[in-house]
Design a protein around this ligand. Structure first.
Ligand SMILES: [Zn+2]
Length: 243
């Protein structure tokens, strides 16, 4: 019985490693995505820092619970973790929110229904769930609340539109800021094009693909995703991927 479980655990871990090895790799430790938006690589995933009038907002806060690269980038801008007023999470996988508790002033926002996964009331079922064990004992953000599909947020004067893209996780969302679309793991660079995360790592891969149709009509030119960085001409690439 014990040995069977061990073998099963080993197989699941192998599957997980294989799945993650198929995710495109980070392209750069620091990316200037746009004027006022910088991405930092945090140990496999990106956190995006948006400079705003009175501090900074983050889109995802990365896989490093000590937040080293984020804190260093804030400090370059003359800011501290206490100046982060908002954290927008693309989804509830822990490699995207491990550092959230480092920002004591921040309102942390997640997509519809995703809060239950952060609080541990619901569990993900894809192989990505094995990755959750890499981040034991994370502190839940104190000021966590959910977003509504289609709402436009006023984030310290910056208009950011929320678009639900369920599938990778049930409450995955993308954020449109100017012509830049933050996509988390819903849409990633893949070779010369773009596409959804590998099937194994998504809760409902068919829905994840169908949800991408919701993005085509948005006025973006580039995406900033959760694992590869920035992709130019991303809307045309998405149109090609959906043909
Ligand atoms: Zn994910």
């Amino acid at each position: 019985m014990g040995r069977g479980l061990l073998v099963l655990g080993g197989l699941l871990l192998l599957g997980f490693s294989f799945g993650y090895s198929r995710l495109p790799r980070p392209s750069d430790p620091r990316i200037e995505a746009s004027l006022g938006a910088v991405g930092v690589e945090t140990g496999g995933s990106y956190a995006w820092i948006l400079r705003t009038a009175h501090g900074a907002a983050l889109v995802d806060c990365g896989a490093d619970s000590r937040g080293g690269a984020i804190v260093a980038e804030l400090s370059r801008e003359g800011l501290s973790p206490a100046d982060v007023h908002t954290v927008l999470l693309t989804h509830g996988h822990r490699d995207h929110w491990a550092a959230c508790a480092l920002f004591p002033q921040a309102k942390v926002r997640v997509g519809p229904g995703e809060g239950a996964y952060l609080r541990g009331e619901k569990r993900f079922s894809s192989l990505a769930v094995l990755g959750e064990h890499l981040y034991p004992g994370l502190t839940l953000p104190a000021r966590l609340s959910e977003l509504a599909d289609g709402e436009t947020l006023d984030v310290d004067g910056e208009a950011i539109r929320v678009v639900a893209v369920p599938g990778h996780t049930p409450g995955s969302v993308a954020f449109l800021w100017k012509d830049l679309l933050f996509t988390g793991d819903a849409l990633l660079r893949q070779g010369k094009g773009v596409g959804p995360a590998p099937t194994f790592l998504s809760e409902d891969a068919d829905l994840a693909r169908a949800s991408l149709r919701r993005l085509v009509a948005l006025p973006f030119t580039r995406i900033a995703d959760g694992h590869t960085g920035v992709t130019e001409d991303a809307r045309q690439k998405l149109e090609r991927a959906l043909r």
